[in-house]
Design a protein around this ligand. Structure first.
Ligand code: C5P
Length: 214
C-alpha cells in the first residue's frame, strides 16, 4: 500500500513568536524543508499552509493546501485530498525525524490500523492545583505522544468524520481514533523527535541540527 504524508503546517506559531512555524529556520533551513527531506521517500506529501501564504516551489509529489482554523481542521483537509492506503501525520514542529521510529509506526499501523510513537516521562508528574503541588501521577503508566502517527487512511477518515459530527476536538489524531473506539498501537518514540514549541526549544534544535545525521 502507498503512503501519503500529511503535514499540518498552518499554525501561526504564537507560542514561539517567530511567525508561521513552517518557515522558522533551524540549522539553516525551514521546518518545512526538514519535513519534506525526511519524507522524500513517501508516495505523496500534502502540506497545509496558513491561508494566504505563497507555497514554495516543490517537486511533483508535494501538494499544498490552505489549512483550517485548528490543527484538526488542517489534517481533515489534507486527509480528504490524500490517496495513499496509509497516512502518516507529522507536525513540522518536529524536525528531527528518526527513520527507525517511522518504520516502527508504519509496521504497527499495517498490523493494527493505527499507531503512535511515545516516550516515557522522565520527570515526576503531578497536578498543578492552582499554584500548589497536587497529587503525583504514576509516571511509569504515562507517555508523551509524538508524531508521525500512522493510520490506515480509511480508519483516520472515519475518526475525523465522527469527530466533526460530534464536535469532538483533540490535539492529535490518535485521540480521535481512540474516541471512535478503535485501538491505537504504541511504539517506542525517540526524545530527539521533540516538538519545537517555546523559544528555548530553538536553542536545543540548533544544537541538535549541528550534529544531525539522518
Ligand atoms: O499548535 P500546535 O503546536 O499544537 O500545532 C501543531 C501543528 O499543527 C503545527 O505543525 C501547526 O503548524 C499545525 N497547525 C495547523 N493548522 C492550524 C493550527 C496548527 O496545521 N490551524
Amino acid at each position: 500500500h502507498s503512503v501519503s504524508v500529511l503535514l499540518p503546517a498552518a499554525g501561526q506559531g504564537t507560542r514561539l513568536g517567530r511567525g508561521p512555524k513552517a518557515l522558522v529556520r533551524v540549522g539553516g533551513k525551514t521546518l518545512l524543508d526538514w519535513a519534506l527531506e525526511a519524507f522524500a521517500w513517501a508516495d505523496e506529501v500534502l502540506v497545509a499552509l496558513p491561508p494566504g501564504l505563497e507555497p514554495p516551489a516543490r517537486g511533483a509529489k508535494v501538494r499544498f493546501l490552505p489549512g483550517g482554523r485548528t490543527r484538526q481542521e488542517s489534517v481533515y483537509t489534507l486527509l480528504t485530498a490524500a490517496e495513499g492506503g496509509y497516512v502518516l501525520v507529522h507536525d513540522v514542529a518536529r524536525p528531527f525525524v528518526v527513520r527507525a521510529v517511522v518504520d516502527r509506526v508504519l509496521a504497527a499501523a499495517r498490523r493494527e490500523g493505527a499507531a503512535a510513537p511515545a516516550v516515557r516521562v522522565p520527570d515526576t508528574l503531578i497536578e498543578d492545583e492552582r499554584g500548589h503541588y497536587g497529587p503525583a501521577r504514576d509516571r511509569e503508566r504515562h507517555r508523551l505522544v509524538q508524531t508521525p502517527q500512522g493510520f490506515f487512511r480509511a480508519v483516520l477518515l472515519e475518526a475525523h468524520e465522527w469527530a466533526r459530527a460530534k464536535g469532538v476536538q483533540a490535539t492529535d489524531d490518535a485521540q480521535l481514533v481512540l474516541g471512535l473506539g478503535y485501538p491505537v498501537a504504541l511504539v517506542e518514540g525517540d526524545r530527539r523527535m521533540f516538538k519545537i514549541t517555546y523559544p528555548e526549544d530553538l536553542l536545543l534544535a540548533e544544537g541538535l541540527a549541528a550534529v544531525w545525521r539522518p
